[in-house]
Design a protein around this ligand. Sequence first.
Ligand code: SF4
Length: 376
Amino acid sequence: MKFVDEFREPEVITRTSEEIRRLADPRRHYRIMEVCGGHTHAIYRFGLKDLLPSNIELIHGPGCPVCVLPMGRIDDGLSIAQDPNVIFAAFGDMMRVPGTQGSPLEHKARGMDVRIVYSPSDALKLAQANPDKHVMFFAIGFETTAPSTALTLVRAKTQGIHNFSVFCNHVTIIPAIRAILDSPDMRIDAFIGPGHVSTVIGCRPYEWIAKNENKPVAVSGFEPLDILQSIVMVLRQLRANEAKIENQYKRVVPWEGNRAALRAMAEVFELRPYFEWRGLGFISQSALRIRDRYAEWDAEQRFEVPGVRVTDPKAAQCGEVLKGVLKPHQCKLFGKECTPEHPIGALMVSSEGSCAAYFNYEHRKTATLASIASVA
Ligand code: SF4
C-alpha cells in the first residue's frame, strides 16, 4: 500500500534502528517527548520502544484532546443536554469519557438524546433533519479539527440554520508545549512534533522551541519508520549540539501550514484568555472560543452553563501521566480499577490516550520486524 508499506519495510527499519544506536551516546540518558497522542498510539502498537537503546526514554505528551479535557467541561456540555429539546452530538471517542455523573453513553442509557457524529457537518445535517430540536455539537480537538468546526459554523450562519450550536473545547498545541517546558519537574531533550496539527499550523510556530529553548524538534508522520527517522533527526541535532525544526513529514505537512484552514479558524474563533487543561492546570491563551459574530451558534452564550471546576478522583494520576512524570502503569489504578472496559480517566478511553495504548499493547514485549510489517 502506497505510503504505508515503504514505512514498515523491515530492512530499512533495522538500518534506522542501528543508526539510532550508533547516534545515542551511551553515557547520556535522552528524554524525547512525542507530543501527539497518535504517536503514542503508534509507539505502543508497533512496539517501537523495543527497537531503541535503553537510554532513550520516550515521554508521552499532552496531544490527546480527549485526555486533556477536564471533567468539568464534560459535565458542562452534558448539563446543556439535560434539556429534552437538545440533542448532544459528539465524536465517538467522547462517548465513554467519564463526567462526574457518568459518560455521554451512560447519559444516553438514562434517556438523554446523545448521537455519535463523524464530523461537525454531520451534526449540522442532524439539525436540519430535526427542525423541532436543537443540536449541540460538543467540539474537541487541536488545530487539526478546529477548521472543520469553523467551516461548519460559517455554513450554519450562511444558510440560516438556527437550531444548531457548538460547545467549543478546541485547544491549541503551542501553549501546551510552552507549559511543559516551563514545568519544573520536566526535563525534555527534544520533541517529536505533532504531524496532524502541523498539517494546519505548519512548522514555523515551533521555531521558538529551537531558538529560545535550544531543543530540537522533528515534525513526524505516524508510521514506524516516520517515528524512527524523527528520532534519528533529533539525535543528530543533539550530537551536533544544534537545535532546529526539521520536517520529517514533508509528504503531508507544508512548512507554512494550510492557509485556507487558518483563515477559516481566524474568521470564527479567537483565543480564550485562559483554559483549564487536565494535568497542566490553567494555561493562558491555550484554547479557542467562538467570536461574538457567531454568538448565536455558541452553546456557551446561548445556554446556561454551570462552569463548575471538577477535580479527577483522588487516586487517579492522569495529570502526572499527561505531563510525562509517571508512566501509565505507575498509576495506582492502572489495570485494576481503571481499564478500557471501566475507564476512570480519559487516558484509558481514547485510542490516543497513553493508558489505553499501554494497556492494549503492553503484552508486545518484543517487537519483531515481521510483526511491524504485518500490523494492519
Ligand atoms: S490508569 Fe486511569 S486513572 Fe490512572 S492515569 Fe491512566 S486513565 Fe488516569
